[in-house]
Design a protein around this ligand. Structure first.
Ligand code: GLY
Length: 284
């Protein structure tokens, strides 16, 4: 499935579930001085969880994001891994005081299994360490075996706020097991390992706190849902290629670099090609 078809399928699916399609916001956020760049789909919606007037309570977007400095930066990982980028497109669905964990997990599963027809066998999920509610939804409602649900802590399964204040909460992430050949081979390699085996591709956040600048967390005026799925990672999964840089989002850029530099893309110079491709795309 081409990346353009994935974008359309995502918007169509959530529109049909009652979400308003909202355009990608500017890459430089206009209303959040604590952020130099838009780092997530939720940035443009931050006021809606803390009580701003609502035109809709469900939204879907494909947000252009840049993580190239400061908190949550992926800059140093580009070229070292096959999955990190500075610029990427984030597919996201959002609820502002509307649906919560059960519907969000059901929507995600329905989209992956019934719309995209991804095989469910290699899929794993993580939940926040004490989030029994999300655990039970995955196990009892979705039917995922206990052996493929992992409990992780703050580093992996608590997201936000973007910038220095605002909506944040525990999350549940969806991973695909790419097989032992992609892994580090350590006996304890599992979901949450930094190697390339378990690819995290969809983060379903359950915002329920409004973090203040001093770090205290108050209950959100409107708890809800904030999800983020990288189009580049999903394209990799859907296109039967070896990594994000072989998808239709990057192939033309890699070809152009070969042509201009007169250097062939090879195993030895892949990291350099990936850095150039990523940075050119981000700058453009
Ligand atoms: N806001 C969710 C994410 O960036 O993963």
């Amino acid at each position: 499935m081409k990346s353009a078809e994935i974008r359309k399928a995502f918007l169509d699916f959530f529109k049909q579930k009652g979400h308003t399609i909202v355009k990608s916001d500017n890459l430089v956020p206009q209303k959040d001085p604590s952020l130099l760049f838009t780092t997530a789909g939720m940035v443009q919606f931050k006021p809606l969880w803390i009580g701003a007037p609502l035109e809709y309570s469900r939204a879907v977007s494909i947000q252009k994001c840049l993580r190239a400095g400061g908190k949550g930066s992926d800059l140093e990982n580009v070229g070292k891994t096959l999955r990190h980028h500075t610029f990427f497109e984030m597919l996201g669905n959002f609820s502002f005081g509307d649906y919560f964990k059960k519907e969000a997990i059901e929507f995600a599963w329905e989209f992956l299994i019934h719309v995209l027809k991804i095989d469910k066998e290699p899929l794993w999920v993580s939940v926040y360490k004490n989030d029994d509610e999300a655990y039970d939804i995955w196990h009892k409602v979705i039917g995922l075996p206990k052996g493929r649900i992992v409990r992780l802590g703050d580093k992996d399964n608590f997201w936000g706020p973007a910038g220095d204040a605002g909506a944040c909460g525990p999350s549940s992430e969806i991973y695909i097991d790419l097989g032992p050949k992609k892994g580090c081979g350590r006996p304890d390699c599992s979901v949450g390992c930094d190697c390339e085996r378990y690819l995290e591709f969809w983060n379903i956040v359950f915002p329920q706190f409004d973090q203040q600048k001093d770090g205290t967390r108050l209950a959100l005026e409107r708890r809800g849902i904030d999800t983020g799925m990288g189009l580049e990672r999903l394209s990799f999964i859907m296109q039967d290629v070896n990594n994000n840089y072989e998808t239709d989002l990057f192939k033309p850029i890699i070809s152009a670099i070969q042509k201009i530099s007169n250097v062939k893309y090879s195993t030895a110079n892949k990291p350099a090609f990936h850095v150039i491709a990523d940075h050119i795309r981000a700058l453009t």
